[in-house]
Write a protein that binds this ligand. Sequence first.
Ligand SMILES: [Zn+2]
Ligand SMILES: [Zn+2]
Length: 363
Amino acid sequence: MSDVFENISLSSDTYQCRGCGAALKYKPGTTLLHCDYCGTDTPIDVKIVDEVEELDFEQYVQTEEILNTKATKVISCRKCGAESTFDESMKSVECPYCCTPLIEADAHEERLIQPSYLLPFKISDNEIQVHMLTWLSKRWFAPNKLKTRALHSNRQQGVYIPCWTYDAQTNTDYAGQRGDNYTVTVGSGKNRRTETRTRWSSRSGHISLFFDDVMVPASKIITTQVMTEISNWDTMNMVEADNRFLSGFITEKYNINMQTGFTSAKSIMESDIQYAIRQDIGGDKQRINSFKTRFSSIKFKLILLPVYMSSYTYNNKLYHFFVNGRTGRVTGDRPYSVAKITLAILTGLILLGLSIWLINKYG
Ligand SMILES: [Zn+2]
Ligand SMILES: [Zn+2]
C-alpha cells in the first residue's frame, strides 16, 4: 500500500516538537501540543475571544470574495465522498465515516472559507470508551456481542465538524385570522348539551425579530439530527480558530456552501416567526393566510465542533457512534438483538394473558 498516506504534509501548518522534531498533536482538555515520541508539551497561546466577529453575507454574495479564504489541500474518500483535511501528525488515516483508507492520490487543492472559531476537544479518546459503554449499557436491546465489540474498538477518530451560524434582522408583515371560542347550548330535553364554536376575525400585523447564531451543520458525515442529539454545545467557550487545535484530528470540509446553509437557516427562522405571528394574533386558534419576511443585516461565520466517531461492522453492516468531544454525550445507530426483543414480546404476552385470566377469575 505504497500510496496510503504516510508522512505527507497535508496542511501547511504542521507543528514540530522542539525536543525531537516529530509532528505534534493537540492534547484534548488542555492548551498544549503534545509529542507522542518524547513526551514534550508545547503551550498554545490561546487568543481570548472578546467580541465575536462575523462576516457580512450580502458583501460576500455580491463580490464572491472573502478575505478569510485559503488554498487548502482536501482529500476525498473514494468510497463515500466525504472530504476532509488533516496534518502530518496523522499517519495512515481512515475515513471517519466508512473506514476506507484515505489516499494521497485523491487529494486536490481548493480555496476554502476558513473557520473563525472552534470548540477544542475537551475529553480524550480514552475517556469516550466510558461514555460509550454507559450509553450502551442503557440500551437493553443491543446484542451483548456488540457491547464487547464497542469496548474493544480502537477505531475512534476525533473529527472537527463544520457548522455555519447566521445572524439576521427580520421584519415580517402577515395577514391571518383569529379564532375565539364560545359555547352554545343546543338541542332540547335529553339531547340538550353545550357545544364549542369558533368565531373568526381577520388580523394583520408586523413582527420584528432578531436572530443570533442560528446553527446549520455543514457536514456530509454527520446529520443535523445527530448534531442535535449530542448537543448542547458550549459555544460561549469557543476560541479563535487556531490550526494548532486541529493537530492530530481530522477536519471535515464544509459540504454545503454558505448560501445553501442560509436557506436552511431561513427555514429555522421562519418557523420561529410563525410561532411569533400566532402569539401576536392571540385568541384560541390562529390561521396564517400569508406572511412576507425581509431579512437584513445578515451575518455569518464558520465554526468547528469536536465529535468523536467510532465505526464498527456487525453482521456485515456498518454502524456508527458519535460522541460530543466536549461533554461525552453519545448517540449512535445500533443493531437490535432479535433474541432479546422476541423474549420481551413473549414476556409481555404472557403477562397480558395472566392479567386477563386474573381479571376474569377475580375481577
Ligand atoms: Zn518530541
Ligand atoms: Zn468514506
